[in-house]
Write a protein that binds this ligand. Structure first.
Ligand code: SAM
Ligand code: SF4
Length: 322
C-alpha cells in the first residue's frame, strides 16, 4: 500500500494519455494551444510499465484522461493491457467515443465520465469553439443504450451556463446518469486572468434546492463529489468543490501527466518525471523508491500545493490531466 506523509492511502491514479484535443473549451485551453511533440509523450511501453509498477504497489483504480484520450491511436491496445490490472474509468469529451463503446464494454470498462457543459448546440459551440454537439449527444445516447455507468461533468461558469443547472438536474428524472456540477478552476492555459469563482458548490446547491427537494445520498469513500438524489428520479446529482477544495483531507489520488510528470496534487507542480527515470534505465524498485519519496513530501491540501506552484496560472487542464 502506498501512503503519503499525512497517512493518506494512495490507490488511485489519473493518467493523462495525451495533451491533444479536438475541442478548445474556453476554461481549459486557448484556441492556439501549443501541443507537445509526440516524442515527449509517454510511449505505450512506458505507460504499461508504469501502470504495472503502480498497480503492483497497491493502486487499484486508473482513470484515463487527457487531453482527449480517444485521440490517441493506441488507446484501445493500451486499455487491453490496463484492464486486467485495475478498475478502469475514462473521462472523455465524447466527440470520437461512440464507436468504441462496445469494445470498452467487452474489456469490462463501464465507467465513463462525459464532459458536457450545455444542452444547447449554439452554446456548445461558444464554449468549445467546435461544432460537435450532435456527436457528443450521440455518444451520450449510445452510452445509455449500452447500459454504461455515465457521469456527466458540467463545469459551472458564471454568466455562461448557470441558467442550465436546472435543465441538467431535470435530465436525471428519466436517465440513470449522475450529473456532476464542477466548480471552475484556474487551469485554463491562458495566464493570469482567473479571479476566483462566483459559483461555489454551496451556491450551486442552493440554486438547485430552490427548485427541487434534494436528498443527500452516501458518497463513495474518497469521493470528490457531494451527492444527492431527487425523489423518484432515476439518476443523481453531485457537486465537486474543485476550487473550494473541501475534499483534500481524504485524497487518495496521484496524477501522471502526458509527459510522465508525477503530480501529488492537482494544484501542485510536477514533483518527479517518470519518463526520464525510465529512459535512464531505472528498475521497478527504483521507480517505486522515487515515488514513495515524492509522497513523503506531499502538501496537506490544494492550498498549500498552490502556494509553491509557480506555473499554476499558465497550465491547462489538458496537461495536468483533468
Ligand atoms: N477531454 C476530456 C474531457 O473533456 O472530458 C478529458 C480531459 S478534461 C481536461 C477532464 C475534465 O476536466 C473535463 O470534465 C473538463 O470539463 C474538466 N476541466 C477542464 N478544465 C477545467 C477547469 N478550468 N475547471 C474545472 N474543470 C475543468
Ligand atoms: Fe479538450 Fe477536455 Fe480540455 Fe475541453 S476540457 S479542451 S475537451 S481536454
Amino acid at each position: 500500500m502506498l501512503k503519503d506523509n499525512h497517512q493518506r492511502t494512495i490507490n488511485y491514479v489519473r493518467l493523462a494519455v495525451t495533451d491533444r484535443c479536438n475541442l478548445r473549451c474556453t476554461y481549459c485551453m486557448p484556441e492556439n494551444m501549443q501541443f507537445l511533440e509526440r516524442a515527449a509523450l509517454l510511449s505505450y511501453e512506458e505507460i504499461v510499465r508504469l501502470m504495472r509498477t503502480l498497480t503492483d504497489a497497491g493502486i487499484n483504480k486508473i482513470r484515463i484522461t487527457g487531453g482527449e484520450p480517444f485521440l490517441r491511436k493506441d488507446l484501445m491496445q493500451l486499455l487491453e493491457q490496463l484492464a486486467p490490472m485495475a478498475s478502469i474509468s475514462i473521462t472523455t469529451n465524447g466527440v470520437l467515443t461512440a464507436p468504441f463503446i462496445p469494445a470498452l464494454k467487452t474489456l469490462g470498462i463501464r465507467q465513463i465520465n462525459l464532459s458536457l457543459d450545455t444542452l444547447q448546440a449554439p452554446r456548445f459551440f461558444q464554449i468549445t469553439r467546435r461544432d460537435q454537439f450532435s456527436a457528443v449527444k450521440q455518444t451520450l445516447e449510445s452510452l445509455l443504450a449500452h447500459d454504461m455507468e455515465v457521469k456527466l461533468n458540467m463545469v459551472v461558469m458564471d454568466g455562461v451556463n448557470t441558467d442550465e443547472l436546472i435543465d441538467f438536474v431535470a435530465l436525471t428524472r428519466d436517465q440513470p446518469v449522475s450529473v456532476r456540477f464542477i466548480e471552475e478552476m484556474p487551469f485554463n492555459g491562458q495566464g493570469n486572468d482567473f479571479s476566483g469563482i462566483n459559483w461555489n458548490y454551496l451556491r450551486i446547491l442552493d440554486t438547485i434546492r430552490a427548485q427541487y427537494p434534494i436528498e443527500k445520498i452516501t458518497d463513495a469513500p474518497h469521493s470528490t463529489s457531494l451527492n444527492y438524489q431527487i425523489p423518484q428520479h432515476k439518476g443523481s446529482i453531485g457537486v465537486i468543490p474543485a476550487y473550494s477544495r473541501t475534499f483534500c483531507g481524504s485524497c487518495n489520488r496521484i496524477r501522471i501527466t502526458p509527459t510522465g510528470g508525477l503530480k501529488t496534487c492537482l494544484y501542485g507542480d510536477d514533483v518527479l518525471n517518470v519518463k526520464s527515470l525510465l529512459k535512464e534505465g531505472a528498475s521497478d524498485a527504483e521507480l517505486l523508491e522515487h515515488l514513495q519519496a515524492a509522497l513523503q513530501k506531499r502538501a496537506v491540501d490544494g492550498f498549500e500545493a498552490a502556494r509553491s506552484n509557480t506555473h499554476a496560472q499558465l497550465e491547462s487542464m489538458s496537461v495536468i490531466g483533468g
